[in-house]
Design a protein around this ligand. Structure first.
Ligand code: MN
Length: 714
C-alpha cells in the first residue's frame, strides 16, 4: 500500500524538507479527521486524499496544493471549519480547501451535458486560485480510477459529468495527461463493451506490430546516435477515446487508424529539433505536404512540436513528433507545467500568487500567438474562460444564468423574465432569505419570490447592474407614475368641476374633445396626467371645460347636474406612491391635519397644515389641495424625534428596546450634545400614524431620566 513515507520520498526529489514536513502534517491531520471513515472499497478514507496528493506530486505541484489535496474533503466530510484549517495551516491552504469544497458541493445534474460550457465557466469563475482546479482535477481523476462497484447508472452519470466538464477543463488548461486519462476512464464507464473491444483490438494489433515498432524505433535512435544528436525515441499510442471518436465520427475502420506507427523524439534544444528533423528525413523519405512546424507557429493552446510523416519500410506510414523536454512538459501539463519548471531551477517557486502564474501562462500563449501572427481571438477566449468576469448562478430548476460581475437578485429576476422582475419582492439565495440587493456569487442557487400586484422600486436603480433590469425598472416606474398621475388628475379635476356642480362623467364629450384639440393633447388621459403632475391647474381646466359647455349648444347636461360626489377633500390611501409624496420638512403622519401642494412634475406633496414652508406657498391658492387620510392606510412613516435625557450607561439600548417593543422601527439614531449630565438623542422612527406615535411618546415619558420629547421638524 502506498504510504505517506512513499510520498515524502517522492517529494524529496523537488521540495525542501520543511515543506515536505508540512505536507506530512496535513496528512496526519486528515488521517485523524477522517478517522473511522472508509471508502467504498473498505480502505481507510485517508488513502483517497493521499492518492490525490500523489497525482499532484507527479505533476510537481507546490506544497500548498499538496496540503490542500490532503485536506480537501475535511470541511465537507468532517465538519472542521475553514477557520480551524487556517489556524493550523495558514490562510492560503484554507482558501484552497474551501475552494475545492465549494466545487464539490455543486451537483451537476443530467442537464449538465446541455449546459456543459456554462458549467465549465462556472467552475472557473468559482476558482479564485487556479490551483483549486488542479486539485479538483486530481480528486476527480482518483475518483474515476476507483469508480469500482458503483451502480452502472451512477457510474455513467459521473462519467458523463467528467467527460463534459472536467476533461474539457483539463484540456483548456493544457493538462493533457489528466485529460486523456479522464476521457478514457469516462469512456470505459459509459460504453464498457465498446471500450473493452477497442482495448483488445489495440492489444492484438500492438502484439502483431511489436517487432516492426522496435525495428523502426531502433533505426531512428541509431541515426540520432550516429549524428551525435541528443534525443530519445519513444513509441506513441493513441488513447481509447480518440480511436473510438475517429471510428465513430470519421467512420474510419479500426485497421486504418491502427495502421499508422507513431513516435516521439524528445531532445534538449530547439536547434536540435530541426537537426533531428533533417536526420529522420534523411533516413526515411517524408510524405509531401505532411510536415508541420508547430515550433515556429505554435497551436493556440501553446502546443509546440515538429510533426512529420515518413514512408517507412515497405511504405508503411510513420508519424514522428519532435520536441524539447520543455515542450513535452507543456504538452502534458499545460498550466501546471509552470510549477514543474520553476522547481527544476535553483530559484524557489513563489508559493502564492498562483493566479499571477496562470496569467503568465496566458501571457506566454499570447506571446507565442503574436510571433505566429495569428488572430488573438482565441486568446481572448481563453482569457475569458480562465478569468471570467461573469457570475454563474442556478435557477431553482438547475438551469444556469450568466450575469455580469456585481449582479444582484433583481438583475437575475429580470434576466429570467421582465414580469418576474417587476413583481419580485424577496429572494432566497441557497435557500436562505436574502436582501434583493445582495451581489451574487457563482454557484449559488437563486429563487425569486414574487407577489401579484407588486411593483418595482425606485431604489433598485441604485444597485442593479444589467441594462435589461435598469430599463425595465425605468419603464415600469414611468408607466406606474403615468397611471397614478392620471388617477390623481381625475380626482383633482372632478373636485374642481364639483365647484361648478358638474363632473367629468356629466360633461358632454364634445366639450372635452374641443378642449383637447385646443390644447393639442391626444387623449383625456394626457390631459389628466398633466393635471396630476401639477403642470396644469385643475381649477383653470375645469373653468375652461365649463365655459365651453355653457357657451356651447348643449347647456342642458351641465345645468341638470346636481351635487357632485367629488366635492370633498382628496383622500390619501397610501397606494399612490408616485403622484403623492410626503414632505421631508414636516414629516406628516396619518392623523395629522394636512394640506397638499401641487408641485410641478411631482404631483401632490403632503405637508402638515402648520408647516412653515406652506406660508410661502399659500400665495398661490390654486396649487393647494385639501386632503384627508384614509382609514385604511397601512404604511410606515418616518418621524424625527428629539429627546433630552440624563446621560448614563445603557441609555441607547433602553430607548431602542422600548421603541421596538412598541412595534416601531428605528431608522436612524444619533447623539447630538453630550456632557456629563445631559444628552440629546436624535431619533428617526417608523410609525403607522399619530396615535401610534403618541403611544410611543407616552411610554418614553415613563422612563426615568427622560426630559423633553419633541417631534422635530427641519
Ligand atoms: Mn475527494
Amino acid at each position: 500500500m502506498f504510504t505517506i513515507d512513499d510520498l515524502a520520498d517522492r517529494l524529496g526529489g523537488y521540495l525542501p524538507s520543511d515543506e515536505i514536513q508540512q505536507v506530512r502534517r496535513a496528512f496526519y491531520y486528515a488521517e485523524q479527521a477522517h478517522d473511522g471513515q472508509s471508502r467504498r472499497s473498505g480502505e481507510p478514507y485517508v488513502t483517497h486524499p493521499l492518492a490525490v496528493a500523489n497525482i499532484l506530486a507527479n505533476m510537481h505541484m507546490d506544497h500548498q496544493s499538496l496540503m490542500a489535496a490532503m485536506l480537501h474533503d475535511v470541511i465537507e466530510d468532517t465538519g472542521i471549519t475553514k477557520d480551524a484549517l487556517a489556524a493550523q495551516f495558514g490562510e492560503a491552504v484554507a482558501e484552497l480547501v474551501d475552494g475545492v469544497s465549494k466545487l464539490t458541493q455543486i451537483t451537476f445534474e443530467d442537464k449538465a451535458v446541455a449546459q456543459a460550457e456554462n458549467f465549465q465557466k462556472m467552475v472557473m469563475a468559482m476558482s479564485q486560485d487556479i490551483r483549486v482546479i488542479i486539485v479538483k482535477l486530481a480528486d476527480r481523476l482518483h475518483n474515476m480510477r476507483t469508480l469500482g462497484a458503483l451502480r452502472p447508472d451512477k457510474k455513467r452519470r459521473i462519467a458523463r459529468e467528467t467527460l463534459e466538464i472536467y476533461a474539457r477543463i483539463a484540456g483548456r488548461l493544457g493538462i493533457n495527461t489528466i485529460r486523456v486519462e479522464l476521457e478514457d476512464l469516462s469512456f470505459q464507464a459509459i460504453h464498457p463493451m465498446r471500450a473493452e473491444r477497442i482495448k483488445r483490438a489495440v492489444a492484438r494489433a500492438r502484439g502483431n506490430r511489436r517487432s516492426t515498432m522496435r525495428q523502426i524505433q531502433d533505426s531512428l535512435q541509431r541515426r540520432l546516435d550516429e549524428d551525435d544528436l541528443v534525443g530519445s525515441v519513444v513509441g506513441r499510442q493513441k488513447h481509447l477515446l480518440s480511436i473510438y471518436r475517429k471510428m465513430h465520427d470519421q467512420r474510419k475502420p479500426f485497421a486504418e487508424i491502427m495502421d499508422v506507427f507513431g513516435f516521439r523524439i524528445i531532445t534538449d534544444s530547439v536547434d536540435n529539433c530541426y537537426r533531428i528533423l533533417g536526420a529522420v528525413h534523411n533516413l526515411y523519405k517524408p510524405v509531401p505536404g505532411r510536415f508541420k512546424d508547430y515550433i515556429a507557429i505554435p497551436k493556440a493552446n501553446g502546443y509546440q512540436s515538429l510533426h512529420t510523416t515518413l514512408f517507412g519500410p515497405s511504405g508503411m506510414p510513420i508519424e514522428v513528433q519532435i520536441r524539447t523536454r520543455e515542450m513535452e512538459a507543456m504538452a502534458n501539463n499545460g498550466i501546471a507545467a509552470h510549477w514543474l519548471y520553476k522547481a527544476g531551477q535553483t530559484e524557489r517557486p513563489i508559493a502564492v500568487g498562483s493566479h499571477a502564474r496562470a496569467r503568465e501562462w496566458v501571457r506566454g500563449l499570447l506571446e507565442m500567438q503574436r510571433h505566429a501572427g495569428d488572430s488573438l481571438e482565441f486568446i481572448e477566449h481563453v482569457k475569458n474562460d480562465l478569468f471570467p468576469d461573469d457570475v454563474y448562478v442556478f435557477t431553482p430548476k438547475g438551469d444556469i444564468m450568466e450575469l455580469p460581475q456585481g449582479a444582484t437578485a433583481v438583475d437575475f429576476a429580470y434576466s429570467v423574465h421582465t414580469d418576474i422582475g417587476n413583481s419580485c419582492i424577496a429572494c432566497r439565495i441557497d435557500r436562505h432569505l436574502a436582501p434583493l440587493s445582495t451581489p451574487l456569487e457563482s454557484g449559488q442557487t437563486l429563487e425569486i419570490i414574487t407577489a401579484p400586484g407588486a411593483r418595482p422600486n425606485l431604489a433598485w436603480l441604485n444597485f442593479v447592474v444589467t441594462a435589461k433590469a435598469r430599463s425595465a425598472i425605468r419603464h415600469a416606474l414611468k408607466n406606474q407614475q403615468r397611471s397614478e398621475a392620471i388617477q390623481l388628475g381625475r380626482r383633482l379635476l372632478n373636485r374642481a368641476l364639483g365647484g361648478f356642480e358638474t363632473s367629468l362623467e356629466n360633461l358632454p364629450t364634445s366639450r372635452l374633445a374641443a378642449l383637447l384639440e385646443e390644447l393639442d393633447l391626444k387623449s383625456e388621459d394626457d390631459l389628466l396626467e398633466t393635471i396630476g403632475l401639477g403642470t396644469r391647474l385643475a381649477h383653470a381646466t375645469a373653468r375652461r371645460l365649463v365655459d365651453n359647455a355653457l357657451t356651447g349648444d348643449d347647456k342642458s347636461s351641465a345645468e341638470t347636474t346636481t351635487t357632485s360626489p367629488h366635492n370633498g377633500p382628496i383622500v390619501i390611501n397610501g397606494s399612490e406612491s408616485m403622484a403623492i409624496s410626503f414632505a421631508r420638512c414636516c414629516h406628516p403622519l396619518p392623523g395629522d391635519p394636512v394640506i397638499g401642494h401641487l408641485s410641478i412634475g411631482k404631483g401632490i406633496v403632503v405637508h402638515r397644515h402648520d408647516c412653515g414652508n406652506l406660508e410661502e406657498l399659500r400665495d398661490d391658492p390654486d396649487k393647494l389641495v385639501s386632503l384627508s387620510w384614509s382609514k385604511q392606510i397601512d404604511q410606515d412613516f418616518p418621524v424625527p424625534l428629539r429627546i433630552e435625557v440624563e446621560t448614563r450607561r445603557g441609555l441607547i439600548a433602553e430607548l431602542a428596546s422600548l421603541i421596538t417593543d412598541a412595534d416601531a422601527n428605528i431608522e436612524r439614531i444619533g447623539i447630538e450634545e453630550r456632557d456629563a449630565r445631559l444628552s440629546i438623542v436624535n431619533l428617526t422612527i417608523l410609525v403607522k400614524g399619530r396615535i401610534h406615535l403618541a403611544r410611543i411618546i407616552k411610554r418614553l415619558r415613563n422612563l426615568n431620566h427622560i426630559g423633553r420629547i419633541v417631534r422635530a421638524r427641519n
